[in-house]
Ligand binder design. Structure first.
Ligand code: ASP
Length: 481
């Protein structure tokens, strides 16, 4: 290739991928600077770390601020603008995709952790026990029921700021409760801060279907949600330019804050590597195979275009905060926006393969440390609860750690055992979040590809209808003359 042509191609590549490159540089340089600052030997105080994190925190707040309006408006406008039977088919395909990938992830995790057995002869158990986590004990059934309660919020305005959870408490004067099991505790409910995204998704789906059924009468409301979704994407387009800096400061501060990483990895190394291997095999193996089967194309070209999304997911450790950028990336790839806006927000809320894989590996790893015998029944119970735990986990940093309590409960392990894996969780969280968002974006491509025929048919019917209307109008005009 002549030098000039090569130079021009290079310029085009740089222009198209500048932001992605800068964001990846942000992650790498953040890691280097963070490690360098720690190597200084200076103990960074929490306040110093907070100052360092501040620009990153601002970036995260901007992204988080977009989540609720973007999520609601995207789902409502996407479903509202799709023909009802088409949205049913798209939804069905998406749910099948989410279920298949999550079950594959859990199975892969279980296969790896039972063959590698990272918990056998591990030193992790001998590490001092962390203080009791701020988690109230609840039964697995409480967590599952809370999941369902949150799907049906009693007040949609409240769902934007708080979600419901069961709290078990005991009366200090009640001897039976203190000495008895959790079954004897008083059952109370409380609202905790943080949006109930599951409830918002469910409400938006129902509203979208209703608007679609109402036809022309719902046009003003549909236009409103459509415009709101577009506006949120324009703001995302501005915020995205801050991502290299935002990600840089978030990663640097996180690395400054952690203890001796070499020591931690040494102790939890096998567990860490098992999760990482699982995530890698799932991302590049299972997902790629499913992608090839469904689209008859290779996924790597598409994955390469997701650099920005992956770097942001890694930097923020939140699939919800990354959602606006994931939607933008799918738009750039030329996917049908109605499908993207339907599949991505729901995926970011309930489809977390990385989290499901990690939940299964971590629970069985802890069981191995504690020498708990894993029967086949228990393994099945772990797979089911790990799937539920991944659906219930919010798309925020380390949410998987909270829902892990439910998985541990199925193997009769106490909630505090989560502290064993706490030390490396912040880093694994970033990797699993990256897989979570890649899986959502690949899902959007797969569902679009599988729905192409249906979309073309709907378009043809619409064109016919419009053609017929124009013809009728022309006939009427002719008659008037
Ligand atoms: N941080 C993850 C996400 O946002 C959830 C988790 O696994 O903790 O996707």
């Amino acid at each position: 290739m002549p030098l000039q042509v090569r130079g021009a191609a290079c310029t085009v590549f740089l222009r198209e991928n500048l932001l992605t490159l800068l964001t990846i540089i942000g992650v790498i340089s953040g890691t280097l600077l963070g490690s360098g600052l720690r190597a200084f030997g200076h103990e960074w105080s929490r306040r110093e770390v907070m100052y360092f994190q501040f620009p990153g925190e601002l970036f995260l707040r901007m992204l988080k601020c977009l989540i609720v309006p973007l999520l609601v408006s995207s789902i409502v406008s996407a479903i509202g603008s799709l023909d009802l039977s088409l949205s049913g088919r798209v939804g069905f395909r998406a749910i099948i995709y989410y279920m298949t990938t999550t079950i594959c992830a859990v199975m892969l995790g279980i296969a790896l952790v039972t063959t590698i057995q990272p918990g056998r002869n591990s030193e992790a158990y001998s590490q001092p026990k962390a203080t009791k986590l701020v988690m109230k004990d609840t039964l697995t059934s409480d967590t599952l029921l809370d999941l369902l309660r949150n799907v049906f919020p009693e007040n949609i305005a409240q769902a934007t700021i708080a979600s419901y959870r069961t709290r078990l408490s005991y009366d200090p004067s009640d001897k039976l409760a203190i000495n008895g099991s959790l079954e004897t505790y008083k059952i109370e409910g409380e609202y905790q801060s943080g949006s109930n995204v599951l409830g918002l998704v469910c409400f938006s789906i129902v509203l979208g279907i209703t608007l679609g059924k109402m036809g022309d009468k719902s046009r003003p409301l549909q236009n409103f949600f459509h415009a709101l979704s577009e506006a949120m994407m324009i703001i995302t387009g501005w915020v995205i330019w801050i991502s290299p800096l935002g990600v840089f400061f978030l990663v640097t501060a996180k690395i400054m804050e952690i203890g001796d990483f070499g020591d931690l990895v040494g102790r939890l190394g096998m567990y860490f590597m098992t999760v990482l291997l699982g995530l890698f095999l799932h991302g590049f193996g299972t997902l790629s195979i499913l992608f090839i089967l469904a689209t008859k194309k290779l996924p790597f070209r598409y994955i390469a275009k997701m650099g920005q999304v992956m770097a942001t997911a890694f930097g923020t450790a939140s699939s919800s905060a990354t959602m606006p950028i994931t939607i933008g990336c799918c738009d750039d790839m030329g996917l049908d926006p109605r499908i993207t806006r339907f599949v991505i927000p729901i995926g970011a809320t309930i489809n977390m393969d990385g989290t499901a894989l990690y939940e299964a590996v971590a629970a069985i790893f802890i069981a191995q440390l504690r020498k708990v015998e894993m029967s086949f029944g228990k393994i099945i119970a772990v797979s089911v609860t790990a799937t539920a735990a991944s659906i219930g986990a919010a798309g925020i940093p380390q949410a998987g750690l909270v829902t892990m309590v439910m998985v541990l409960d199925t193997v009769n392990l106490p909630a505090e055992d989560v502290s064993i894996i706490l030390a490396v969780d912040w880093l694994l969280d970033r990797f699993r979040t990256t897989i979570n968002v890649v899986c959502d974006a690949l899902g959007a491509i797969i569902v679009t590809s599988l729905s192409e025929g249906d979309i073309a048919k709907t378009r043809a019917t619409q064109n016919d209808r419009e053609g017929a209307t124009v013809h009728e109008l022309t006939e009427i005009e002719k008659g008037d003359h």
